[in-house]
Ligand binder design. Structure first.
Ligand code: BEZ
Length: 211
């Protein structure tokens, strides 16, 4: 079954490079990013997992924990981490699940047989502190992900979880945001004391409220 936005992220227990853990317990009160990569000792994956490691503090600043998965073994992940450290400057510093039996991969629908029959594609599941799936991304094997984009969507998701706002096209942290059309002008004056400008009744912009 496809996991959809708003679903509870299915819990599981798995062996990882940091020992056996359960997803929900590992995440605790944090936000989480569960992501898959196709295979250890492959070029694009090496750059991606190294950059996820390099940016760990940026994820932590957003109260977000990382956890990766592929159908390789934990032993393979550990050996590969040395290559990642050597070539990218940062080895694994978050748990990587060894999913040879494909339990997690199948639970999350990470194997897309028409793309790759035997391995996970590049999926991303952003999970909120309530354990609900907030955002998903799926990339093919030959396109590496963009860590800045993951941080950007975390900023957007976290902002809109605190205020009645949405983020416009190409928004980045610090830029104006859109007031929800469900908020009346009178309520908007109270909720957004920095003011707002009305381009259309359904398109009102306000400075980012938490800055
Ligand atoms: C890569 O990471 O470069 C890769 C992995 C699996 C298939 C193709 C490319």
């Amino acid at each position: 079954m496809t996991i959809q936005l708003g679903d509870t992220a299915p819990d599981f227990t798995a062996e990882t490079t940091e020992g056996r853990l359960s997803l929900h317990e590992y995440l605790g009160e944090s936000w989480g990013i569960l992501f898959s990569h196709p295979a250890d000792f492959t070029p694009v994956c090496t750059t991606e997992l190294g950059d996820f490691a390099r940016r760990k503090d940026d994820f932590a600043a957003r109260n977000t924990k990382l956890i990766g998965v592929s159908v390789d073994s934990v032993e393979s992940h550990r050996g590969w981490s040395a290559d990642i450290a050597e070539t990218q400057g940062h080895g694994l510093n978050y748990p990587l699940i060894g999913d040879e039996a494909r339990a997690v991969a199948n639970l999350y629908g990470m194997i897309h047989p028409k793309a790759i029959e035997t391995a996970t594609v590049r999926t991303v599941f952003v999970i909120g502190p309530d354990k609900k799936v907030k955002l998903t991304l799926t990339y093919p094997a030959n396109v590496g992900r963009n860590v800045d984009e993951l941080l950007r969507v975390l900023d957007a998701l976290q902002l809109s979880s605190q205020y009645a706002v949405s983020t416009p096209v190409n928004w980045t942290d610090g830029e104006d945001v859109i007031i929800s059309p469900a908020v009346s002008d009178d309520d908007a004056k109270e909720q957004f004391p920095k003011g707002f400008r009305t381009l259309k009744p359904y398109l009102r912009l306000t400075p980012q409220p938490n800055r």
